[in-house]
Design a protein around this ligand. Structure first.
Ligand code: SF4
Length: 81
């Protein structure tokens, strides 16, 4: 199956991913990346075939990239950033 045809994860997987991301983020004291790093991340997401442009979420992890991209404790599940 081509990556662009990948379906968005279901609500349970999305909730689990979000919970893990928030736990990591809170545990480290809510660290954010610089504006420059954030913009680089968003540029990569916006050109990625796994971005669901309608929901602005990643089809690999289910996260809303606008929020995930700000968190220093997060990384791209496909190792693009
Ligand atoms: S987090 Fe990674 S896989 Fe997901 S949309 Fe962004 S670049 Fe693509």
């Amino acid at each position: 199956m081509d990556n662009k045809d990948k379906k968005e994860p279901g609500i349970i997987k999305k909730s689990f991913s979000l919970g893990k991301a928030l736990f990591r983020y809170a545990k480290e004291g809510f660290p954010n990346v610089s504006q420059e790093v954030y913009e680089q991340r968003m540029m990569l997401c916006n050109s990625c075939e796994l971005l669901d442009k309608q929901s602005a979420s990643c089809k690999s992890c289910g996260c809303v990239v606008e929020y995930k991209g700000r968190m220093e404790t997060e990384s791209c599940p496909e190792k693009k950033w």
